[in-house]
Write a protein that binds this ligand. Sequence first.
Ligand code: ADP
Ligand code: MG
Length: 480
Amino acid sequence: MSAWETVIGLEIHAQLATKSKIFSGASTAFGAEPNTQACAVDLGLPGVLPVLNRAAVEMALRFGVAIDAEVAPRSVFARKNYFYPDLPKGYQISQYELPIVGRGHVFITTADGNRKEIGITRAHLEEDAGKSIHDQFPEQTAIDLNRAGTPLLEIVSEPDMRSADEAVAYARQIHSLVRYLEICDGNMQEGSFRCDANVSIRRRGETRLGTRTELKNINSFRFLERAINFEIERQIDVLEAGGEIVQETRLYDADRDETRSMRSKEEANDYRYFPDPDLLPVAVTADDLARVRAALPELPEAKRQRYIDQLGLSEYNADVLTANRDTAVYFEAALDAVPGEATQLANWVLGDLAGALNRDGLEIVAAPVAPAALAQLVARIADGTLSGKLAKEVFEACWQGEGVPDDIIAARGLQQITDSGAIEALIDDVIAVNPAQVEQFRAGKDKVLGFFVGQVMKQSQGKANPAQVNEILRRKLKSG
Ligand code: ADP
Ligand code: MG
């Protein structure tokens, strides 16, 4: 065990999936021509007034209820003042002293399989800035203001995580949650879900927090893990060499797999926050919360527990199936057709299906084997038509577009032989042509049974039901 303990808190910016911006009617669609989706309000031209988008508030409330948070009956928008070319107003509208969502929590599964509660300090609404593009024109920076005014929910965690693994598990949990809630599309490449990691270390046993650095520019879970691990090592090296950690913001450079200083605390802005005089406080009533609560879908935590308690799935299978909403939707659609086969179905979804998706680089929503087809396959295993081995062959054929399992079974003549009369006939033939091995078996050499099973399976081209073959063979060999 290392002499150092790691402490991590995450700030996650989830772009809310509203059609229009948080304070204007301009579109939020991704990928439009630069500067075609910023209106006078987003640009902060003189004489305009912001109008709060109700959908953004609703989405923040969904999140607040989902993490069991104290939702503020009255929250306030504030101006965060700073100068930057992609911030035309000269201030960002955010929330500061009175955020809409207060203290809440989520659970993660740690590497050793335990459940751990992670506190969420707050989640507040704010608008995004525009984008500075440095690599399009030599010697010049281009500015695209389409993103200005896009609604964000900034989710701030307590410093409750103790390793990069835990930080990734937490970030994945929030990612899964916002997608279940349908408040964010979760696309990290397009910047719809961004994580900043605050990292510090301290001597094991120390109760005070160490000085932290904030890591930015992380756009995948893999980079989150690598950036944190790099930073932990760097801080340990500094402290063990007798140095001090400087509170600063560091950029993660994925190409070099390292973090680099961007700005120190001394250079940090004084944002001169004050309540935005153009916007009314947001009032949320108990009725609003009750309505939002009633409309929530089943959330990953509840779903996971139901899979364990009611479907009898292992904790691991329940974790993986519920981590991604699309996977759970697929699984439940298939389960509707074979309600008694939850475990078998889970194994297929997480085994062959996941393997094929991975191999072909597909998302589960684009799986060539539809939920109903996988259910049919599992039903044919359950009713003895297919052995495990033949089922794999049928699955692959179905994946390649040869039709649904029943059609493939019929077309390829793949039915497992379960007719005991037919199996007996095969066995009689095999026994008749192998008298020497029959003698060996009767002389007590049990191992020869394997030879007979192999011969019968070969004669049946792998279609004979192995359990029946074993049982009938034993009977016949003994009674001869
Ligand atoms: P700021 O106002 O500078 O953004 P906050 O107090 O809001 O700072 O904290 C930002 C994030 O940093 C939170 O997620 C918090 O849990 C985390 N954090 C604060 N102190 C530490 C620390 N010493 N080590 C690791 N994380 C920390
Ligand atoms: Mg902060």
